[in-house]
Design a protein around this ligand. Structure first.
Ligand SMILES: Nc1nc2c(ncn2[C@@H]2O[C@H](COP(=O)(O)OP(=O)(O)OP(=O)(O)O)[C@@H](O)[C@H]2O)c(=O)[nH]1
Length: 310
């Protein structure tokens, strides 16, 4: 008896070994001309087991359509003899439902035509692990959103500006960028006139009004208190100045008469525009815009001061 036949006898003809292998998620497939033997831990599907044709690609029909192309590519390397070792994670039809399976295995022998003959691998149902990972990922994303958003005004906060710069600030020397720093004028006095609670409402109204000047890709963040940052990726200087003017106008139309007569709101804006260089970051632009804001305050408030960075 050949060494190979001995191996096959042990694997397939000793029921205790067959059962033990399946229990520890080891599966073995022996293809031979005209049929195949399978020891399987996770492929109890009667339909699959009943298939006898020698088609090493047939099992891919049981892989979820969304995972099939990637799995097929990896398995093709095995079939074509490019590699003997296979590793993959995919959804597989087990007893009528798709389960996530991790499969790692290797071809032990090939037939004369080079096709895989004896394949041994370990497969594991990782559905519960995947579900837990998805749950944790979702929770992580939810917590991240909580940390980088101002939950009172429902816009990004300072931490967003500090941690997500790569998402909104392109510094390649050729992409235009405008950064505006906005600060409500005389908010301290307004707090005295309208109470802190009343001014909280003003902050919400302020954000609602400003939003009418913005487009989806513009980012309005609360820096803190009554100070806000507006990032206008890809904006021309004219666009940025038009938006700043729009903000000045809509804020001047905020109606406080339901709270108190003869009160109005205004905002001062520092605007910086340029083509950020690789040596610059968001804070370079922020500092310059903040300096322009200070100038606007000094020159009488309710105005825009701009600077173009070289
Ligand atoms: N109602 C309310 N007030 C806040 C909040 N955060 C900060 N403030 C108040 O906003 C005021 C900010 O005042 P400043 O910006 O320093 O000064 P200002 O009176 O606006 O003066 P200028 O900025 O020079 O026009 C302070 O009185 C803070 O207590 C908030 O969340 N709600």
């Amino acid at each position: 008896m050949t060494r190979k036949q001995k191996t096959l006898d042990v694997l397939f003809n000793d029921p205790s070994i067959t059962a033990a292998l399946a229990r520890v998620n080891v599966f073995v497939i022996n293809h031979y001309s005209g049929g195949r033997d399978v020891i399987s831990s996770l492929i109890p599907d009667a339909d699959f087991a009943a298939q006898v044709s020698y088609d090493p690609l047939m099992w891919l029909d049981y892989v979820h359509p969304d995972d099939r192309d990637v799995t097929r590519q990896a398995w093709n390397d095995i079939v074509e003899g490019i590699s003997d070792v296979f590793e993959g994670e995919y959804r597989f039809l087990v007893d009528g439902e798709y389960r996530w399976i991790a499969n790692k295995g290797t071809v032990i022998t090939r037939a004369e035509d080079g096709m895989p003959e004896l394949y041994i691998g370990a497969d594991r149902d990782i559905t519960a692990e995947r579900q837990l990972c998805d749950l944790l990922e979702g929770e992580k994303e939810r917590l991240t959103q909580l940390v980088i958003r101002d939950d009172f005004l429902n816009i990004p906060n300072r931490r967003y500006l500090e941690t997500k710069q790569s998402q909104f600030f392109i510094a390649d020397g050729r992409t235009p960028m405008a950064v505006l720093v906005l600060d409500i004028d005389n908010f301290k006095q307004l707090n005295t006139d309208l109470t802190h609670h009343g001014c909280d409402k003003v902050l919400q109204t302020f954000v609602r009004h400003i939003s009418t000047c913005l487009q989806p890709m513009d980012i309005l963040a609360r820096y803190g208190g009554d100070e806000f940052v507006l990032i206008l990726p890809n904006a021309t200087l004219d666009d940025a100045q038009a938006k700043a003017q729009c903000i000045l106008d809509v804020v001047s139309h905020i109606d406080l008469s339901s709270m108190k007569d003869d009160l109005f709101v205004s905002v001062s804006i520092g605007l910086v525009h340029g083509l950020p260089k690789v040596t610059e970051d968001f804070w370079t632009y922020f500092e310059e815009a903040d300096a322009q804001l200070l100038l606007a305050k000094k020159l009488g408030k309710a105005q825009i001061q701009s600077k173009v960075l070289g």
